[in-house]
Design a protein around this ligand. Sequence first.
Ligand code: NAD
Length: 289
Amino acid sequence: MEARINGHTQLFGLFGSPVGHSGSPVMYNYTFASLGIDAAYLAFDVQIDQLPAVIQAVRTLNIGGFNVTMPCKTAIAQYLDELSPAAKLIGACNTVVVKNGKLEGNNTDGIGFVRNLQENGADVKGKKIVLLGAGGAATAIACQTALDGAASVAVFNRKDEFYANAEKTTEKIKAAGLDCQVTVSDLANDDVLKAAIASADILVNATKVGMKPLDEQTLVKKEYFRKDLIVADTVYNPKETLMIKEAKEAGCELAVGGIGMLLWQGVAAFKLFTGKDMPHEEVFKKFFA
Ligand code: NAD
């Protein structure tokens, strides 16, 4: 890589903490090199209280754009000049682009989720969605699917510190005047969940259940699945969660894991950074398969 870095190379980055485990630098640098883009991508371990200095550095050093990860995804929004409609609604950004000196915040998590379904032949427009979860991923999915024309999003979460989050998101979607009915229910009401799934088109898990070390757990009883229910997980470790495995066993025609969402949110961020299409098949084979 050293050979292609020169006096004009544009810097992109990742801000958050921890970032040492992130696969983003290797994926972006590979893609820059393979497309002949004169840019480099580095990860910087920063905390929320350092964000004002980080923003100053981005402006001073003319950094081209950056991704944001935990714990900075929500806090970053207040320091930016503009927010995309999704970032505004979600209240968090994972991709910031610098356009004519202005910092524009975007959120590609929900975009990645919707694209992953589309790539598997399913659209969210007009669909009734049951969404398990009220954290960062679930909020992005609720907002993006509402923006993309879902008929309804029924959110279910346990009564923990995330529950109020879902209520707030519901209010924001209503206030935005989107034609999508959003409700929030306690996950403990299994009869309510069963009825919601029975009339839904798409069921999504955006909780940590299914992810290691909760990989032997699922929030959905196998008898709730039916052939024409689309089932999607955000969890990508393991690649096939217990929920997805059971959905397939129950005959669901489409049951997709979270790895595609991860790929497509990166593809969307790359497009925002460079205006170019990431060679997604090659990148998937090399870094995600
Ligand atoms: P978060 O910490 O913001 O939210 C956690 C959510 O999980 C909350 O809704 C919480 O109530 C719920 N939860 C946790 N333990 C639970 C349990 N035992 N029973 C029921 N609910 C429980 O996390 P996040 O960033 O929103 O991530 C949620 C999941 O989405 C993770 O598994 C993560 O890997 C996945 N994710 C995937 C992608 C992707 O690109 N595929 C992107 C972001 C997150």
